[in-house]
Design a protein around this ligand. Structure first.
Ligand code: HEC
Length: 230
């Protein structure tokens, strides 16, 4: 039931994402999986925050996904940052000069692009000597972003005409492990886009339970009222 409601809410996003040429893979992220969210947070800080910010997100909020302030301090903060700081870019304005386009803030990217798009995008970078960065992407043609996770996935080649992928160099992770890492990262990006969602779902379940109880009471009351009429 819960899953069905969730899918119904997701339907417009899926339909929108399907417009693009390259078929999108369904994102297997699980918003209630805290271990996955924590791993995603670590990946985001290590591989993405160098260029992208998540300016509506404070590090301190990460206690919501089960991290202690000490863990945040030890694992996720760059020198000089405080737990209460926003997740901002250390690199700043130079990025636009380097890549031609400024790396956008990723606070709400999961909502604007959809989780399936992100999950596919982060797994479909390929080597392309024709672009400025030497990288291209199957769902984002001529993207200005280099493949930030290439050391994990390895370098791959892609022939859009034949829709054929080739592995050029090996990465640190196997393909299955890489897919899992991207799942965690997308999970985190979805969470960043809507940190209140975890709480809201719990409230939703309570509301449904209360409605259920009310329904039973109303039914019993109705029986009680009509008992003498018949
Ligand atoms: C070296 C800098 C750099 C790093 C590191 C980097 N990005 Fe990017 N990213 C960019 C740039 C530049 C763009 C803009 C590309 C464009 O518009 O052509 C971009 C675009 C994106 C977009 C598309 C946004 C949109 O809606 O158009 C997403 C999503 C994204 N990055 C996610 C990530 C994630 C997740 C990571 C970490 C794994 C990451 N990026 C690491 C530079 C970077």
């Amino acid at each position: 039931m819960k899953r069905l409601l969730f899918l119904m809410m997701l339907a417009p996003v899926l339909a929108w994402g399907a417009e693009a040429g390259y078929p999108l893979d369904r994102s297997p992220h699980e918003p209630t999986d805290l271990v996955s969210l924590q791993s995603g947070a670590r990946l985001f800080v290590n591989y993405c925050l160098g260029c992208h910010s998540a300016q509506y997100m404070r590090y301190s909020r990460l206690t919501e996904i089960g991290l202690t302030e000490q863990q945040i301090r030890d694992n996720l903060l760059f020198t000089g940052e405080k737990v209460g700081d926003m997740m901002k870019v250390p690199m700043g304005a130079q990025a636009k000069q380097w890549f031609g386009v400024a790396p956008p803030d990723l606070s709400v990217v999961a909502r604007s692009r959809g989780a399936d798009w992100l999950y596919t995008y982060l797994r479909t970078f390929y080597r392309d000597p024709k672009t400025a960065t030497g990288w291209n992407n199957a769902v984002f043609e001529n993207v200005g972003m280099p493949h930030a996770l290439w050391s994990l996935q390895g370098e791959r080649g892609y022939d859009p005409e034949k829709n054929q992928w080739t592995q050029i160099t090996k990465g640190a992770l196997s393909q299955v492990e890489y897919d899992m890492a991207v799942r965690d990262l997308v999970n985190f990006l979805v969470y960043v886009g809507e940190p209140a969602a975890i709480k809201r779902k719990t409230i939703g379940i309570v509301v449904l339970l209360v409605l259920g109880v009310l329904f039973i009471l109303t039914y019993l009351l109705k029986k009680e009222f009509w008992k003498d009429v018949k």
